[in-house]
Design a protein around this ligand. Structure first.
Ligand code: ATP
Length: 198
């Protein structure tokens, strides 16, 4: 699997539709300070389901929408489409995988996998344990190395767990445990009702 293309419109400084195509091998993006290099990596993280506005250097999520300049009006909508070449079937999906994320200023948002509407959870699940997931280490932003060094042992453990491919199962276990506990509560309530009826 490799990242083939990032296409964005209305994302941070990229007001116009912009396509960045990657070849296999190493790609370097160079440019003066403030020209939007970090915005490119952030667009990738955002499309893959980043939920923290703070980690995208904003206060709230709509801050990622082009905010306008002196010459140009702000936009009401941001869209990022990330395309992966999956011809090696690394992801359990099609040969080309396109992830689309859209956000409107009123807060409406949507995710699509190959043009089909999905939940955020589906995007997370597709990438968990692939090294490209939300909590993965394949996108190292400025300051992240320092943050990893300064993190608590439990937080660092999560990084190793993602690398080892066990995070997906831990997440599912947590979900199942919470469903079990909700079911147990329902059973207890039923027992109470039956007791009262008896
Ligand atoms: P450096 O080399 O200093 O790290 P960089 O090339 O990585 O810089 P970025 O940090 O990606 O640059 O881009 C910052 C630019 O993006 C700033 O000019 C900022 O005004 C602009 N920007 C960020 N969010 C928005 C937004 N919502 N609307 C318009 N412009 C934005």
């Amino acid at each position: 699997m490799y990242l083939k293309q990032i296409e964005m419109v209305g994302f941070k400084s990229f007001a116009d539709r912009t396509k960045i195509t990657f070849d296999t091998g190493v790609t370097a993006i160079v440019g003066p300070n403030g020209s939007g290099k970090s915005n490119v990596t952030e667009s990738l993280r955002w499309a893959l389901g980043e939920q923290s506005a703070k980690s995208l250097r904003g206060a709230k999520m709509p801050d990622i929408i082009f905010a306008g300049t002196q010459k140009r009006r702000a936009l009401n909508y941001a869209e990022v489409i990330v395309t992966f070449d999956n011809s090696d079937d690394y992801l359990p999906s099609e040969k080309t995988v396109m992830i689309t994320r859209r956000l409107y200023r009123n807060g409406d948002s949507e995710f699509l996998i190959n043009d089909k509407k999905v939940r955020l959870k589906d995007v997370h699940e597709l990438f968990t344990d692939t090294g490209l997931g939300r909590d993965s280490f394949s996108i190292i932003s400025q300051g992240k190395i320092e943050a990893i060094f300064n993190s608590k042992p439990e937080e660092r453990r999560a990084i190793f767990e993602e690398a080892a491919g066990v995070l997906k199962y831990k997440n599912r276990k947590k979900e199942t445990e919470s469903k079990l506990s909700a079911t147990q509560e329902n059973i207890d309530r039923l027992d109470d009702i039956i007791y009262e009826l008896d």
